[in-house]
Design a protein around this ligand. Structure first.
Ligand SMILES: NC(=O)c1ccc[n+]([C@@H]2O[C@H](COP(=O)([O-])OP(=O)(O)OC[C@H]3O[C@@H](n4cnc5c(N)ncnc54)[C@H](OP(=O)(O)O)[C@@H]3O)[C@@H](O)[C@H]2O)c1
Length: 374
């Protein structure tokens, strides 16, 4: 049983540390939890200014029982331990058992669908928020979509998300495991519709550059899940990738090779092989983000029978955006109830204009460019 109301799980990770930096700036006391107490303490010792934060370090086993014990007395768990389709269920089940709100940093569409369909109703019944995917990918794009949807009568969202910089170890593993093992869906007339797995790279016109960008369905993204039950929206298609075209050319080849090499393996062996492949791509913690290198671009074209809107949000430091969104969620939940309980996106739970204001106030996104046509 803890007296601190906020638990950061995965505190040794690149994203967990950033969550902690922003919790310190919001003056929110927290528990930093991970599977190895020494590594958690070491990670925290490297966070500038940590001596002014109010925190405890706790080692916890990755089981529902141990995590439930950790979360008893807490009000919210901020989970950064991914891949979430594999490691998320234990934390969600523990949050529900302990009566804590749950947020995480996933960008995995299959995990969102599981949260919505398997756990959402139980969280709603308990008056708790279940908000997976409160992260740069794809909350910043969701803010852009919600700004477009302020104009009534738009039912179709065409979304692009791009970023620059290096992925972390877990992000690389997540991208590979997820791309290799699950389908990607878009939304057509409110029904999940699979992308053609053979379609390969698509060239996209993205705002702010003359060169065409290369995109993939990127696992389908969170958007189709968040908007599936939004009465304003019927169609959602999102595509994305990294600005680095050479890397984009490599991604389908790496995924196809990994799929071929692991197709006859059982799940355990396949996960181990995919993890090893991911480690060949990225096996070290990337450097601290630099706004001149680490960029984000979210662009949403919204359309309806008699109207159109386009919103573009240029930002920087994708992982910092994620850390800040998570810390703000905890800060907000300590003071007031979310706008929605049960399964809800960041914008549905906290408001898109509020989240935009948070990102703007820390210098992580530019003012959105919104064009509306009647
Ligand atoms: N959607 C987005 O925009 C976005 C942004 C940021 C991150 N993410 C996602 O968030 C996740 C974390 O990213 P990251 O950048 O923080 O990665 P990271 O630096 O590799 O950290 C991963 C964290 O998970 C922990 N972990 C891994 N396997 C575990 C296990 N079996 N049991 C307990 N803990 C385990 C690690 O602990 P140890 O130190 O003990 O290994 C570490 O704390 C990834 O899935 C990533 O894709 C998404």
């Amino acid at each position: 049983m803890t007296e601190k109301k906020v638990v950061v799980y995965g505190a040794t990770g690149y994203t967990g540390r950033l969550v902690i930096e922003y919790l310190r700036e919001y003056n929110v006391p927290f528990i930093a939890a991970g599977r190895d107490e020494g590594r958690v303490q070491d990670a925290l010792d490297h966070i500038p200014g940590i001596e002014t934060a109010d925190y405890e370090v706790v080692q916890v086993e990755h089981t529902v029982e141990a995590l439930t014990e950790l979360l008893r007395g807490a009000q919210v768990v901020l989970n950064t331990v991914g891949p979430f389709s594999e490691l998320g269920p234990a934390v969600v089940e523990a949050a529900l058992a302990a009566g804590a709100h749950y947020t995480d940093t996933t960008g995995e569409q299959d995990w969102l669908i599981t949260c919505d369909e398997k756990y959402g109703a139980d969280f709603a019944k308990a008056g708790l928020l279940l908000s997976p995917g409160l992260a740069q990918m794809y909350t910043t794009g969701e803010i852009a979509a919600q700004l477009c949807l302020e104009k009534p009568g738009l039912d179709t969202l065409d979304i692009a998300v791009f970023w620059g910089g290096s992925p972390t170890v877990a992000s690389t593993r997540t991208i590979l495991v997820n791309a290799a093992t699950s389908s990607a869906y878009y939304l057509e007339q409110n029904a999940y519709t699979p992308f053609d797995p053979e379609a390969g790279l698509t060239s996209l016109v993205v705002p702010g550059q003359h060169e065409l960008a290369l995109s993939l369905p990127w696992g389908g993204t969170s958007h189709p899940v968040w908007f599936k039950n939004d009465p304003r929206v019927a169609n959602v298609k999102a595509q994305g990738g990294v600005f680095n075209a050479a890397l984009m050319h490599g991604v389908p080849q790496i995924v196809a090779a990994a799929l071929e090499a692991t197709k006859d393996m059982n799940q355990e062996d396949r996960d181990a092989a995919l993890t090893a492949t991911a480690a060949q791509v990225m096996n070290q913690m990337p450097p601290r983000e630099n706004p001149r290198v680490n960029k984000s671009l979210d662009s949403v074209h919204a359309s309806g029978p008699l109207g159109r809107a386009h919103c573009v949000i240029h930002g920087n430091s994708n992982y910092k955006q994620t850390g800040l969104l998570q810390a703000y969620a905890a800060y907000s939940l300590l003071q007031q109830a979310p706008k929605q309980v049960g399964f809800a996106s960041g914008c549905q739970a906290f408001g898109h204009r509020e989240l935009l204001g948070v990102l703007r106030s820390f210098g992580l996104v530019m003012e959105p460019v919104l064009t509306v046509q009647n």
